[in-house]
Write a protein that binds this ligand. Structure first.
Ligand code: ACM
Length: 543
């Protein structure tokens, strides 16, 4: 294998001269030194399943793999030494050893990505190499919107594995929106009894007038959530839950009408929303709403150990608050200037509430409007500007500008993209995305704690559609988020070399069963014959 078939590219890689291979076989032992037992479990379960090799415990033969922690390495960094003797896989922490194990799997070839061996192969070649590597950013994320279209628990677990294979370490779950509430909250059962289901779904985007009349819904029980969080933790991935307030809340209001602005509209007749866009039905700024969401968050904190809790804060139209005597009285009582400050008051309340419980609030960049509480972090989605302002003001920032890393947006301008929406953002565009904009002061740049690709699922009604939008672009994104070798200047990045390495990576994605968009365009079945396979007739290009 060529050195740079690895994706994402490691910091350093060299062949041990003369170039050659050694072999793993049924006798290859696995020695897990203290702190690496979890990685050994993963290696046996995953690489063991793909190769059919048992990796017996042992430390008495050069034909072994030694996992160990070397605290002189960066916490998520690792070193692989395969020099014809015992193969050493060292990490700065268990996480580093785990990321090293992902590279080790790539070194064994694409068949090591299968779920079960296809042939009874007795020997697996391992190139004699040294790899030294560490990530560029501590936050390397993917947001999955499981609200617009529910993704079954098993499919979420599969995405955890796909993140791990790309050395991404944050799974942001967008759990609530106008179109569905996806997490069981024991004290408010109607959130899922009523709020997790809608009677029909808009096909396509805003300009479409086509409907899927099959009811859609689903939710994760608290046991499901515990399983997802534990599965991710074993893979050194943090799950960040998002409960979106005070906008994007119609599903919650449909379940509990008193959460809405009842002096403006009759909230008792609101259904879970069946279409897309920015919704005027937002939470009422009442004490009842605050207590309700404190109750929700108490259960959320019990399920998610993440230090960050995402509270949304995006796209909250202020029309109902302007029309509501109760909201206006609240503005006056609190001495606020306007409705923007009322939203800031909402966010500040929960920022304080989370801080008292040892957690930190993160929200979309709208939370900058009306004043941001000191410890809050920002997901910068409407471009770089919000992230720049927040970072210069000393807030931590996750860069996820929609112009670059919204993977629901089409990846080609051709007519055969399935349900094309948004900007055209090709694999190369994502490869040239730079999370730290030029001109940031060094102090502010240090507040860019990472980057995230976001997957909104309005037009992704199946797992296969999600795969199509996410891959192969997530591989380019992973290299941006992980690789210290990538020049910061987008124009200096060697996309041709990335494409060359991708030809090996497509074979890995094939073995993993990922329905990625092939480089030549969608396959016939991916175009989805029928209405889903074409741009909506007569619609503007941005449907
Ligand atoms: C967003 O895309 N509304 C965060």
């Amino acid at each position: 294998m060529d050195d740079m078939d690895l994706v994402p590219a490691p910091s350093a890689f060299w062949w041990v001269p003369p170039p050659g291979y050694d072999c793993l076989d049924a006798e290859t032992q696995l020695e897990a030194q203290p702190g690496t037992e979890g990685v050994a479990r993963w290696l046996r379960a995953t690489i063991g399943a793909a190769t059919g090799l048992p990796f017996p415990d042992g430390n008495d033969d050069d034909n072994r793999i030694v996992l160990s922690i070397d605290p002189t390495l960066p916490p998520e960094g690792y070193r692989i030494v395969a020099d014809g003797y015992a193969r050493r896989l060292q990490g700065g922490s268990a996480a580093g050893v785990f990321w090293g194990a992902q590279t080790f799997r790539q070194l064994l070839g694409p068949e090591a990505f299968r779920r079960a061996p296809v042939t009874a192969r007795r020997e697996w070649h391992l190139p004699l190499v040294v790899v030294e590597d560490a990530p560029r950013f501590p936050w390397r994320g993917l947001m999955l919107d499981v609200a617009r279209h529910f993704l079954r628990k098993d499919d979420v677990l599969r995405y955890v594995d796909l993140l791990a294979a790309h050395k991404l370490n944050v799974l942001h779950l967008h759990l609530t929106d106008d179109q569905g509430w996806r997490i069981e909250i024991k004290r408010y059962p109607r959130l899922t009894e009523a709020g997790a289901w809608r009677t029909r779904t808009k096909w396509g985007h805003r300009a479409s007038d086509l409907w899927n009349d099959t009811p859609h819904g689903g939710y994760y029980t608290q046991d499901d959530i515990r399983e997802i969080v534990a599965y991710a933790a074993e893979r050194h991935i943090r799950v960040v839950p998002e409960i979106d307030i005070p906008g994007h809340s119609q599903a919650a209001i449909a379940a509990y009408p008193e959460l809405g602005n009842t002096d403006v509209i009759d909230t008792t007749t609101l259904p879970v929303w069946d279409t897309w866009g920015i919704n005027p039905n937002v939470l009422a700024p009442t004490d009842n709403t605050l207590r309700f969401y404190e109750g929700v968050l108490e259960e959320v904190l019990g399920l998610f150990p993440s230090p960050f809790i995402h509270l949304g804060g995006d796209e909250c139209p202020k029309d109902q608050w302007k029309a509501s005597p109760a909201a206006q009285a609240r503005i006056k009582e609190l001495g606020l200037a306007d409705e923007d400050e009322l939203q800031a008051w909402f966010i500040r309340h929960f920022d304080r509430w989370l801080a008292e419980r040892g957690r930190r609030l993160i929200g979309w960049d709208e939370i900058l409007e009306g004043g941001l509480p000191p410890g809050a972090a920002v997901s910068s989605w409407r471009g770089y500007a919000g992230g720049i302002a927040a970072a210069e003001a000393g807030h931590d920032v996750v860069m996820c500008p929609e112009q670059h890393v919204y993977l629901d947006h089409r990846q080609d301008g051709g007519a055969d993209e399935p349900v094309p929406i948004g900007y055209v953002r090709t694999l190369e565009d994502v490869y040239r995305f730079e999370p730290v904009p030029p001109g940031l002061s060094p102090d502010a740049a240090a507040h860019v704690i990472g980057t995230q690709a976001n997957v909104w699922t309005e037009v992704m009604e199946t797992r296969s559609r999600v795969d199509y939008q996410v891959f192969p672009r997530l591989a380019a994104f992973a290299e941006v988020a992980w690789s210290t070798r990538l020049p910061a200047a987008p124009a200096e990045r060697d996309f041709a070399d990335f494409e060359r390495r991708m030809s090996a990576h497509y074979r890995r994605l094939d073995a993993l069963g990922v329905d990625y968009r092939p480089p030549g365009g969608p396959l016939p079945w991916q175009r989805r014959p029928g209405v889903l396979g074409r741009p909506i007739e007569g619609a503007p290009p941005n449907v």
